[in-house]
Design a protein around this ligand. Structure first.
Ligand code: SAH
Length: 364
């Protein structure tokens, strides 16, 4: 068992079983032993790979997306460009480089990185040191100064802790983490049912909720409505709310059991986009999508960008760009184009953001 696993067992022995939400919060965010706190988890040598780490095209296209959104906002200066959970800073670095073709946009930028991990914040700092744009770091959205904003969050929502409820004896009970007969961490359920949950489901079904995600979407929607701007949220997950246990742990690019080594493996859950959209709408914001990541990237020009890069490259490099495009936008197995979704949130005073259909058209 990992050091954090022992710590969690000690807490359970002292205070009783903890919710899955609390477990996930510790596993990822414990100040000393949490997964993101002391390591760089990305890439071939790490535990998982994300879209910006697969290809520079991902961040570049998002940089140009942001420039176009900015123009639709009336080109405000300054404009906050805020990224949540920026990992290695690769997306932002690629976005700022691509934005060089719109110098007035670059000149207006005030970049904010919202990051909990000091280790990753330091890596981001290195990545952006010579980018020629002022960058600040913060722990929450409130710390970014008021004013119009463009917000990016790639694979951020899947890292927020979820609650799980289990259908047992015709009632929902919260799933807990306890110490099993063998002395290891094991799942259990709360003795007290949750009568306020209306959903009906077969025995053994799991229902998930992400309170931190709801808080994030509501706060984001409220800020954009009040101060103007748009956000792009990309993650893996489902468009419609459903049942099922989606908690998963990854270590060295392989799935492992979520309870086995807290703090040593990445722990995520599928994003319920319908639920996230409800919170942004409740704050008064317009919500676009979700649409498959592949459709989004094609609509904002990944094919053109691939061709442009491939034409200037050696045959091997050209093939790499094409393979990266397929991995990001393809909809087959082991490709991200269908499983990952893109959703935009904006104030109601602008046309639909690039890549997204106008809301009225989407509903027909
Ligand atoms: N966007 C990056 C990294 C995704 S991994 C990429 O696509 O490569 C998740 C990121 O979110 C990490 O940087 C992690 O440290 C950060 N993170 C997790 N929980 C957070 C929270 N509550 N607030 C801010 N950042 C958080």
């Amino acid at each position: 068992m990992s050091a954090l696993g022992d710590e969690i067992k000690r807490m359970i022995a002292e205070n009783g079983p903890m919710t899955v939400e609390r477990f996930m919060e510790f596993a990822l965010g414990h100040p000393d032993l949490g997964y993101y706190m002391g390591r760089d988890p990305f890439g071939a040598a790490g535990d998982f790979t994300t879209a910006p780490e697969i290809s520079q095209m991902f961040g570049e296209l998002i940089g140009l997306w942001a420039a176009e959104v900015w123009a639709s906002m009336g080109s405000p200066s300054p404009v906050r460009l805020i990224e949540f959970g920026p990992g290695r800073g690769t997306l932002m670095s690629d976005a700022l480089r691509a934005a060089r073709i719109v110098p007035s946009f670059r000149a207006a930028l005030d970049v904010w990185m919202i990051e909990t991990s000091p280790t990753l914040a330091a890596i981001q700092h290195q990545a952006l040191l010579n980018g020629g744009v002022a960058v600040s770091w913060a722990l929450r959205l409130k710390e970014a100064p008021d004013g119009p904003a463009i917000v990016i969050a790639n694979e951020f929502l899947d890292a927020l802790p979820i609650r799980q409820f289990l259908r047992e004896g015709g009632q929902w009970r919260e799933r807990l983490v306890r110490i099993g007969a063998d002395g290891e961490l094991a799942f259990g359920v709360s003795k007290t049912p949750e009568p306020y949950i209306q959903a009906n489901a077969p025995e053994g079904e799991v229902l998930e909720a992400c309170p931190a995600g709801h808080r994030f979407m509501f706060e984001l929607g409220a800020r954009l409505v009040k101060q103007g701007g748009a956000a792009l949220v990309i993650d893996y997950g489902h468009a419609a709310t459903g049942f099922g246990d989606t908690l998963q742990a990854l270590r060295a690019h392989r799935f492992v059991t979520p309870l086995a080594e807290p703090g040593e493996c990445d722990l995520t859950a599928h994003v319920d986009f319908a639920a996230m959209a409800r919170s942004a709408s409740a704050a008064g914001a317009a919500v676009y999508g979700p649409i498959p990541q592949g459709d989004f990237l094609r609509a904002i020009g990944i094919d053109l960008r691939t061709r442009a890069l491939a034409e200037r490259a050696s045959p091997e490099r050209a093939a790499e760009f094409e393979a990266a495009r397929d991995r990001l936008a393809g909809k087959g197995e082991n490709e991200m184009g269908a499983l990952f979704k893109a959703m935009a949130v904006a104030d109601r005073n602008r046309p639909s953001p690039p890549g997204f259909q106008p809301i009225a058209a989407r509903q027909t």
